[in-house]
Design a protein around this ligand. Structure first.
Ligand SMILES: [Zn+2]
Length: 110
């Protein structure tokens, strides 16, 4: 009989060698540094959790924080103009400042 290194608590998936351990969620204090959940079940759980009121409340709360605004701004800039927040600040304080403002105005009109 093959030795089972890790077994998923939810779907019963077994890891019998080091390679298949990759299918399991990393967990520092777990056996072989893996959790008792496989990645598949974990992502299913997360999906479910993200539909729960608890998660939505957390997101709502997070949205009101300064950290969130900054992080959104970063993603926005990267996506729209391919620049970082630092680039933006530099540009804003340089001659390119007007250019950014024009870009953003156009965005708002659209
Ligand atoms: Zn599983």
């Amino acid at each position: 009989m093959m030795r089972v290194l890790r077994k998923c608590n939810e779907c019963g998936l077994e890891a019998k060698d080091k390679n298949s351990l990759d299918l399991f969620v990393l967990h520092k204090s777990g056996k072989h540094n893996r959790s008792k959940l496989c990645k598949n079940c974990k992502s299913k759980r997360m999906k479910k959790y993200k539909q729960s009121k608890e998660w939505k409340d957390r997101v709502k709360k997070w949205r009101t924080t300064e950290a969130c605004k900054i992080s959104q701004r970063k993603t926005d800039l990267k996506r729209k103009y391919g620049i970082t927040l630092e680039d933006y600040d530099n540009m804003l304080h340089s001659q390119n400042g007007w250019y950014l403002m024009v870009l953003e105005k156009v965005e708002h009109i659209n």
